[in-house]
Design a protein around this ligand. Structure first.
Ligand code: ADP
Length: 238
């Protein structure tokens, strides 16, 4: 069994079937992108893995255990959202250490972990700043550090680059991927941007109308699309 196994996941909102028979096996340390147009169900899949949304049916297993009934905190998952979700009244260091405080990690150890995380994201000297004193790209790096500080088993990234301007977006792609590989953390990345998915992922799930149309490496998806939808979607470079 893979590190993370999603099986026959279903979710409707009223009459709208948003996720349909969704299956995915993710190996430990893999970087998987969920790629597809707006409204195809990517975020809903991510929110079900995180525990913010309950599936109608299906299973989500992490390290062999079904987490569907577990509360979000118990799942040991880190998440980064599109819009900067930092606490504006806390410093960078306090933001990064927030989850550690909640988890009751001793102060000394928490301080060391925060310093380690700030180095990891390349901002070792900015711990005393407040979010408003940072650029958008720096804020997203801090959000990443905050998600990683608690040493989650799985990292979920929901369009973390889409609010940034183009140049920063491209450099952060490489940076996120480098950090992910250094930590070897299993990651699911949601994006509607095919270039992002193609350049960052070990494998890509192309979604359409709540269904996984194709799962494959960037090479397979780009060079051997198995459906017309996939061919059209990855063929239109924005
Ligand atoms: P994506 O991330 O691919 O843009 P989402 O998973 O956010 O897609 O949404 C898929 C569909 O489900 C959309 O039509 C969206 O409007 C709908 N949806 C998402 N969340 C809710 C909700 N809480 N209540 C009703 N409809 C929702």
């Amino acid at each position: 069994m893979a590190f993370l196994e999603i099986a026959r996941l279903e979710k409707s909102f009223g009459p709208l079937r948003v996720v349909r028979d969704f299956n995915l096996s993710v190996e430990q340390g893999e970087f998987i992108s969920l790629l597809g147009p707006s409204g195809c169900g990517k975020t809903t899949v991510l929110r079900m893995v995180a525990g913010f949304e309950a599936p109608d049916s299906g299973a989500i297993q992490i390290e062999g255990k079904n987490v569907v009934r577990q509360r979000p905190n118990a799942r040991k998952i880190g998440m980064v959202f599109q819009a900067y979700a930092l606490f504006p009244n806390l410093t960078v260091a306090q933001n990064v250490g927030f989850g550690l405080r909640v988890a009751g990690v001793p102060r000394r150890e928490a301080e060391e972990r925060v310093a380690e995380m700030l180095s990891l994201i390349g901002l070792p000297d900015l711990g005393a700043r407040y979010p408003f004193q940072l650029s958008g790209g720096q804020q997203q790096r801090v959000a990443l550090a905050r998600a990683l500080a608690v040493r989650p088993r799985v990292l979920l990234l929901d369009e973390p680059l889409s609010a940034l301007d183009a140049k920063i977006r491209v450099s952060l792609r490489t940076e996120i991927r480098t950090i992910q590989q250094r930590l070897g953390i299993t990651t699911i990345f949601v994006t509607h941007d095919q270039e992002e998915a193609l350049s960052m992922s070990d494998r890509i799930v192309v979604m359409n109308g709540g269904i996984a149309e194709q799962v494959g490496t960037p090479f397979e998806i780009y060079n051997h699309p198995t459906t017309k939808f996939v061919a059209n979607f990855v063929g239109t470079i924005s």
